[in-house]
Design a protein around this ligand. Sequence first.
Ligand SMILES: *[C@@H]1O[C@H](CO)[C@@H](O)[C@H](O)[C@H]1NC(C)=O
Ligand SMILES: *[C@@H]1O[C@H](CO)[C@@H](O)[C@H](O)[C@H]1NC(C)=O
Ligand SMILES: *[C@@H]1O[C@H](CO)[C@@H](O)[C@H](O)[C@H]1NC(C)=O
Ligand SMILES: *[C@@H]1O[C@H](CO)[C@@H](O)[C@H](O)[C@H]1NC(C)=O
Ligand SMILES: *[C@@H]1O[C@H](CO)[C@@H](O)[C@H](O)[C@H]1NC(C)=O
Ligand SMILES: *[C@@H]1O[C@H](CO)[C@@H](O)[C@H](O)[C@H]1NC(C)=O
Ligand SMILES: *[C@@H]1O[C@H](CO)[C@@H](O)[C@H](O)[C@H]1NC(C)=O
Ligand SMILES: *[C@@H]1O[C@H](CO)[C@@H](O)[C@H](O)[C@H]1NC(C)=O
Ligand SMILES: *[C@@H]1O[C@H](CO)[C@@H](O)[C@H](O)[C@H]1NC(C)=O
Ligand SMILES: *[C@@H]1O[C@H](CO)[C@@H](O)[C@H](O)[C@H]1NC(C)=O
Ligand SMILES: *[C@@H]1O[C@H](CO)[C@@H](O)[C@H](O)[C@H]1NC(C)=O
Ligand SMILES: *[C@@H]1O[C@H](CO)[C@@H](O)[C@H](O)[C@H]1NC(C)=O
Length: 381
Amino acid sequence: MYHFATVLSTLLASSLPASLAAPGTPSSPSAQNTAPFTPAGGIGTAANATPPVYHPLSDFDFQSMNLALNQEWIELDLFHHALAQFSVEEFEAAGINADDRFLIEFMADQEVGHATMLTNILGPTAAKPCNYTYPFTTVRGFVDFCQKLTRFGESGVYGFLEHLDSRPSAELLLQSITTEARQQMIFRQFEGLFPMPIWFTPGITQSMAWTLLSPYIAHCPAENPHIVFQNFPALNITNNPSAIPLINSSLENSTLPAITHNRSIPLSKPGFQLDLTWEKPGKITGYDGLYTTNTSAGPAQFVAWISQLNTTYTPLFNISADGTSGSTLQPGDLIFGNGSAPLINGTLFIAITDNNTFVTPFNMSLLNTHIVAGPAMYQSG
Ligand SMILES: *[C@@H]1O[C@H](CO)[C@@H](O)[C@H](O)[C@H]1NC(C)=O
Ligand SMILES: *[C@@H]1O[C@H](CO)[C@@H](O)[C@H](O)[C@H]1NC(C)=O
Ligand SMILES: *[C@@H]1O[C@H](CO)[C@@H](O)[C@H](O)[C@H]1NC(C)=O
Ligand SMILES: *[C@@H]1O[C@H](CO)[C@@H](O)[C@H](O)[C@H]1NC(C)=O
Ligand SMILES: *[C@@H]1O[C@H](CO)[C@@H](O)[C@H](O)[C@H]1NC(C)=O
Ligand SMILES: *[C@@H]1O[C@H](CO)[C@@H](O)[C@H](O)[C@H]1NC(C)=O
Ligand SMILES: *[C@@H]1O[C@H](CO)[C@@H](O)[C@H](O)[C@H]1NC(C)=O
Ligand SMILES: *[C@@H]1O[C@H](CO)[C@@H](O)[C@H](O)[C@H]1NC(C)=O
Ligand SMILES: *[C@@H]1O[C@H](CO)[C@@H](O)[C@H](O)[C@H]1NC(C)=O
Ligand SMILES: *[C@@H]1O[C@H](CO)[C@@H](O)[C@H](O)[C@H]1NC(C)=O
Ligand SMILES: *[C@@H]1O[C@H](CO)[C@@H](O)[C@H](O)[C@H]1NC(C)=O
Ligand SMILES: *[C@@H]1O[C@H](CO)[C@@H](O)[C@H](O)[C@H]1NC(C)=O
């Protein structure tokens, strides 16, 4: 196991900004507190502060939250669709019992709530529900699709939440996305995966989230707002590890639904070779023929791994002459060095890039211009 005490003491000393290292130190000696028992600083907490308004304050806010609304609508449809598509016998054979099915139905109800909240924020021009196309034919395939879709839905919001102009709206969205995070974990449990093999959940940009979402939306009401984010060319991991096959045997191998399995046989390990194919730009994607994939990047050179707090790179090799296929190796980095968790675990994002540009969670959008294709969801654990 991880050596938390030693790891944490070294990590905290080395990685926290100096201003956070000494709790209780005022940020500025002249700062005045605004109310009793209220430390100086913070935004919107003073008794005479402007009352919060829960509306977009910019195009950035509207477009970002409208993208999130499209995500909520597909989740609502998806959960209902699967409950209607599969028989009780099919669910039971995958280890999903009546109580579990009620939980999925309740998740659909949560999506009604989330979509109502976002529609209230956005106003009358908010996106309405669409028609969707799904890639699964079995209960296991449905569960796997759900844990991936909710992962990019969740990460897609984490990527823009702290950049919204409207902090009151961000507060409400945060309270819905933490609920969605629980859905993601439950779908992993329904698939027999370790529920949360990561220390941090990554954020991705809106264009990355829209690239992952758009292939599953078929038709929308004509009045739905045009989504301005970029659709990158699609990336396929042709040998992506999969937990879809149902393994009903030992504890160490089982993929039966469970709160957790002690998985001693990980789906992938450092050094695993990923074989990748990706599209050239210019392909129609998304609903009603309205969107086209595009990239502003140069030739493919690296694979970006967006996981935990980090965007790390591995070189592409065996790149085909037409520049649309290649391979890379899963890195073995540990998030905070020796004694900490592996950077690569769980359901994460990889993309083809033209450079190994250093980005951190708050400036991830600077990666967009370097994306050749992707992201794709990599199933590491
Ligand atoms: C798993 O195997 C056991 C024993 O063979 C059987 O009783 C059970 O029904 C199986 N469960 C599933 C979900 O296949
Ligand atoms: C979705 O499909 C239904 C039934 O096939 C159809 O009635 C409806 O018009 C479609 N909606 C959109 C927005 O295309
Ligand atoms: C990705 O590659 C696999 C293996 O070649 C293939 O079965 C699958 O259809 C591909 N997926 C897409 C979306 O092209
Ligand atoms: C677990 O899976 C591995 C790899 O498929 C296999 O070699 C091993 O026998 C399995 N162990 C048990 C206890 O079923
Ligand atoms: C689960 O894995 C941990 C870490 O490898 C180990 O310490 C523990 O004994 C395992 N528990 C079971 C029930 O296998
Ligand atoms: C991923 O996490 C699981 C659960 O902690 C662990 O069993 C597995 O070994 C990890 N995978 C890697 C590649 O470290
Ligand atoms: C990509 O977008 C740019 C800027 O909007 C445009 O000029 C170009 O034609 C687009 N490329 C493709 C393949 O659609
Ligand atoms: C290199 O890629 C080609 C397909 O483009 C494939 O046939 C070949 O096996 C790959 N070589 C290696 C070493 O992966
Ligand atoms: C991952 O990101 C954290 C936070 O920025 C940083 O402290 C750590 O060094 C990074 N780890 C790796 C392996 O890049
Ligand atoms: C991490 O562990 C390896 C192997 O034990 C050792 O060689 C290396 O110096 C350690 N790195 C740090 C930063 O402690
Ligand atoms: C490529 O990435 C390297 C390393 O982060 C950086 O120094 C360089 O400026 C980048 N080049 C471009 C064209 O962004
Ligand atoms: C992103 O922010 C980090 C600091 O957190 C900085 O070192 C890096 O250069 C920035 N990346 C770009 C592409 O500007």
